[in-house]
Design a protein. Sequence first.
Length: 280
Amino acid sequence: MKNEYLKEFIINALKEDIGDGDHSSLACIPEEAEGKVQLLVKEPGVLAGVDAAFEVFRYLQADIEISPLLGDGSLVQPGDVAFAVKGKVRTLLNAERLVLNIMQRMSGIATHTREYVQLLEGTHTKILDTRKTTPGMRLLEKQAVKIGGGENHRMGLFDMIMLKDNHIDFAGGIENAIRNTRKYLDNIGKDLKIEIEVRNLNELRQVLETGGVDRIMLDNFDPRTTKEAVKLIDGKYETESSGGITKETIRSYAECGVDYISVGALTHQIRSLDMSLKAV
């Protein structure tokens, strides 16, 4: 993860939380008081966000003492202690909520992702995330997907061309959209991968006739039509299934032979993993 992104995220998050001061702590905790806390896991899952949490503590107190016990990607059970931290009590209390917000959400995403990944064992299909992320937390949430065993799709609008239904309709059709995109990339001197979304087999045939893309997304296809589409593509382009795919149906799509399945629910329909930061 980019250090400048994480630092800026921490600064903004602490500013949002602390404002002009943590008056609860200032009111009853002496400035020189020192203490120790530990991160206690309260339900099973995949641990994520440990490294980011350490950066929160270090930003608030450079000489803080951190004792890591479990790392990102560890399978955890209730009662596990991920780490212990010793420092100024005011620092520990200032950091508490941000550390928990990061770790609970990232661990929830990593746990959720792992459940999807396990459903695809024995196939060559990989799980992808999407841009359906919490504003300001995208890199953290996408890192959590990786920790859970998934793969990242594009980070944003800047690092890959994604021609979706609205692009195609506004551009005047599939052929126009692809040809205009190729021309644009040549003009600006960028080498970005091009993915195009198709809504039916007729649109797929238009893409195959036009060429000039790297990946084809099969949007809201059922498994039977997906299998037919994969056969038509015949390995010429990467394939991705997307749209309304659930834990109950994901295996049937993977068995059609698609290279990727993108699941927005990895980051926008998750339940945070329960944990707490307790004084020792």
